[in-house]
Write a protein that binds this ligand. Structure first.
Ligand code: AMP
Length: 283
């Protein structure tokens, strides 16, 4: 595995691979790797002849009140995990390398950046779209893999790629969960044992919604109220939003007519967790 820190070197490597007719799969991450990241990497290995993983904690996607400085980092461990997966390149640029002092451009995906997590995280999806556009131009992948846990991010990237004509296939990887149902996340390390237990209310409430839909419920208001009630049984949990929405536009829907996204964000103590599930009405 090669470790590349410089933008130019990364671009040169990719250009050489492309010239040789190799298909490049790309998995962007913010590091502190866990099993879900490794699942994306394995998916990438099946889809490309070469795999590039980036580790970059992107300052532009954190609001000033958020955990940029505290975001968990362990480069040595990440490197060892990626060696174990036999990837080709670990791209690990510094913030100065990605954002030189005279950097001015912002990429903004209108509308999609207004729903779900956006009101609580001003500038977040602009930061994501900006860094992903840059990384795509530097790494020049044929295919890029993103997790469905960050469903809104995935939709923002799909739209970015379509609107700006990036010739890149975007793959959404299903949510990877711990055995007890909690969606795996780098932020789970913030949870103490009691909070870790309390966090199960997210996946439990989504399962409850799926169950209701299976029994024929289609009213958005009824489904989201039941999800809220399930979460509010947990004293350590504080709901930020619970939304049933169109899985492409992310606009709230009142009635489940076809498959739709049920997405939620919940604070467990100080830790903000997200989860989601696609609900399909019975016909
Ligand atoms: P992050 O390092 O948190 O930016 O995540 C890097 C990639 O891994 C993103 O595409 C995430 O959506 C994806 N990811 C993180 N956790 C999960 C999970 N539990 N299941 C599926 N994908 C995930």
């Amino acid at each position: 595995m090669q470790i590349i820190e410089r933008v130019q070197e990364m671009s040169r490597w990719s250009e050489a691979q492309r010239r040789d007719g190799r298909r490049i799969a790309f998995v962007p991450t913010m590091g502190f790797l866990h099993e879900a990241h490794l699942c994306l990497v394995r998916d990438g290995k099946k889809r490309g002849d070469r795999v590039v993983v980036s580790i970059f904690v992107n300052p532009k996607q954190f609001a000033p009140s958020e955990d940029f400085a505290a975001y968990p980092r362990d480069f040595g461990r990440d490197r060892a995990l990626l060696e174990g997966e036999s990837i080709d390149v670990l791209f690990h640029p510094s913030a100065d390398e990605i954002y030189p002092v005279d950097f001015l451009t912002q990429v903004s995906v209108d509308k999609l950046g207004l729903f779900l997590c956006a009101p609580q995280r001003p500038g977040h999806f602009q930061g994501v779209a900006t860094v992903i556009a840059k990384l795509f131009n530097i790494v020049r992948p044929h295919v890029a893999i993103f997790g469905e846990k960050d469903y809104q991010q995935l939709q923002v990237i799909r739209r970015l790629v379509r609107d700006l004509n990036f010739d890149i296939e975007i793959v959404g990887h299903p949510i990877v969960r711990a055995a007890d149902g909690l969606a795996i996340s780098s932020r789970n390390v913030y949870l103490n044992p009691e909070e870790r237990q309390a966090a199960l209310c997210l996946s439990r409430s989504l399962a409850r919604a799926a169950c209701m839909v299976k029994m024929g419920e289609t009213r958005g208001r009824v489904i989201t109220a039941a999800v809220r009630a399930e979460i509010e049984k947990e004293p350590l949990a504080k709901v930020e939003y619970i939304t049933l929405c169109d899985s492409a536009t992310l606009e709230t829907i009142a009635e489940l007519g076809e498959a739709a996204l049920l997405a939620l964000a919940v604070r467990i103590g100080k830790t903000r967790l997200i989860d989601n599930r696609i609900l399909k009405p019975v016909r």
